[in-house]
Design a protein around this ligand. Structure first.
Ligand code: T3D
Length: 263
């Protein structure tokens, strides 16, 4: 499928995806989300891709749902957002979380509504010092979605998450870093280089095990200790049979750098 609203390119094992509707801060239409989902799903199956980078074109990262598309004409029936969220947003979050490789968000500007939620679903968030995060839902009479009520309390605790989600106030990149909500703040002109270099480094690591680690992190949100211990044992069995493990130990014993192939 040719993409009209996102750009993508692969290099050094990293698929870089750029949301590309800068004139509306990369707000999400049904067409854009379909392209994004198809690209993410392809990345999951592509052995050449060992890390994914998600960013936005222009001065914004993503302003969430395109409100022009979401607004029905006064004389038309009101839209079924439940169906829309299930069809458009939930699959994106599942695709990012099920991606068996790391996903890095490079938040170049404002991330609002579902745009912020998409960043929270990623494994690492780099943010420009000029970026901000806004739980914009409350301001327009909606509830947070796209996983915000799942990720945000886990990232920053219930008190801060409640304030962010009920007040819809802007959280700056520096605040987000101090809350533990994001991984790193970069100077605006260095964000892409730094986050891409970081993703490229991830792509040289034992990415098969990183994918399994991600599954364990996903599971830890719902599992009790016994279930989590069992999941760790199970996936350690899988990791222990991998080529990357053989290579990692061989490299350690030979005192050389490992050459992982991600399998
Ligand atoms: O549909 C469903 O299933 C429901 C699910 C919803 C999920 C959601 O994401 S709900 C939340 C939707 N998003 C928002 O409510 C955020 C709306 N945007 C804003 O509040 C502000 O734009 C920002 C705080 C993000 C940035 O403010 P600022 O001052 O930096 O920029 P701006 O001037 O407001 O926006 C620049 C342009 O982008 C502007 O267009 P113009 O005037 O230059 O022609 C603005 O209308 C447009 N824009 C920004 N956000 C959206 C948008 N256009 C459509 N939809 C948007 N979400």
């Amino acid at each position: 499928m040719a993409s009209e609203f996102i750009l993508s390119e692969t290099g050094a094992g990293v698929l870089s995806i750029t949301l590309n509707r800068p004139e509306v801060l990369n707000s999400i239409t049904a067409a854009m989300s379909a392209e994004l989902l198809a690209t993410l799903n392809r990345a999951a199956d592509d052995d050449q891709v060992r890390a994914v980078l998600l960013t936005g074109a222009g001065r914004g990262f993503c302003a969430g749902q395109d409100l022009a598309e979401a607004t029905p004409a006064a004389d038309k029936p009101r839209q079924d957002f439940a169906a829309h969220v299930r069809k458009v947003y939930n699959p994106l979050v599942r695709s990012i979380r099920r991606m068996p490789k790391p996903v890095v968000a490079a938040v170049n500007g404002v991330a609002a509504g579902a745009g912020a939620s998409l960043a929270f679903a990623c494994d690492f968030i780099f943010a420009s010092s000029q970026a901000s995060f806004i739980q914009a839902f409350a301001k327009i009479g909606l509830v947070p979605d796209t996983g915000a009520t799942f990720f945000l309390p886990r990232l920053v605790g219930t008190a801060r998450a409640t304030a962010m989600m009920m007040l819809g106030e802007k959280v700056t990149a520096d605040q987000a870093l101090s809350y533990g909500m994001i991984y790193r703040v970069s100077e605006p002109d260095k964000l892409l280089d730094e986050s891409r270099a970081f993703a490229a480094t991830l792509a040289t690591q034992a990415t098969f095990a990183l994918g399994l680690t991600k599954r364990l992190i996903n599971g830890s949100a719902a599992n009790d200790l016994d279930a989590q211990l069992e999941a760790e044992a199970d996936l350690q069995g899988t990791a222990g049979r991998s080529d990357d493990f053989q290579e990692g130990v061989a490299a350690f014993l030979a005192k050389r750098a490992a050459r992982f192939e991600g399998k």
